[in-house]
Design a protein around this ligand. Structure first.
Ligand SMILES: Cc1cc2nc3c(=O)[nH]c(=O)nc-3n(C[C@H](O)[C@H](O)[C@H](O)COP(=O)(O)O)c2cc1C
Length: 172
């Protein structure tokens, strides 16, 4: 399976990336090909809502930024893993921008399943992010939710979470 990871954490060695790294290890061992993109270190603007993509652009976004290299990865992926720290009870703005910019391609036809990985300071803060993930991705795209993983406070950077993500990747 071709797995694309979209990591919205600005911390390359942060808590979200720690879980992502464990997932990658398991996924590669299971024989999957993995593309890991840290979208927080890309130049990705918010959607302008100009409707060019849907009215004249034939699914092509008028904005020319780093999304141009991410669209092809989204279109060939069998599975997409969304990873993000929780910022104000939801996904980071950097990951939100990527999700909003999929408006131009609408539903990526090849994607069959998705997963969500989140890190936070506190527990019980994931409701809005999970609601968005279910409504905007799982239900709208019509894909299988393969799993939702969270780590808060002391769970961040823990061996237990690394094992959870590693084991999950082995069975996706
Ligand atoms: C701008 C900002 C907003 C945050 N909002 C929340 C929040 O609403 N709830 C929470 O539990 N933690 C919040 N946090 C803490 C982060 O989610 C937490 O530190 C997380 O582990 C960071 O992951 P990272 O190391 O991958 O960046 C916030 C942090 C920042 C910088």
């Amino acid at each position: 399976m071709k797995i694309l990871i979209l990591n919205g954490s600005p911390h390359i060695h942060g808590a979200t990336s720690d879980m992502v790294d464990a997932f990658i290890e398991g996924a590669k061992e299971a024989g999957h090909s993995v593309v890991n993109i840290n979208v927080a270190h890309k130049n990705i603007k918010g959607c302008m809502g100009c409707e060019y993509c849907r009215e004249k652009g034939d699914g092509v976004c008028i904005q020319k930024d780093d999304m141009q290299s991410i669209y092809p990865e989204i279109l060939v992926a069998d599975m997409i893993v969304f990873a993000s720290p929780i910022y104000y009870f939801t996904l980071s703005a950097q990951l939100q921008a990527v999700i909003h910019r999929t408006y131009s391609i609408d539903i990526p036809k090849n994607v069959k399943k998705t997963a969500l990985i989140m890190s936070s300071g506190s527990a019980y803060v994931y409701g809005p992010a999970i609601a968005q993930y279910y409504q905007s991705i799982v239900e709208y795209w019509g894909v299988e939710n393969a799993g939702i993983f969270t780590a808060n406070s002391d769970q961040n950077f823990s061996q237990q979470k690394r094992e959870e993500l590693y084991n999950f990747a082995k069975m996706v």
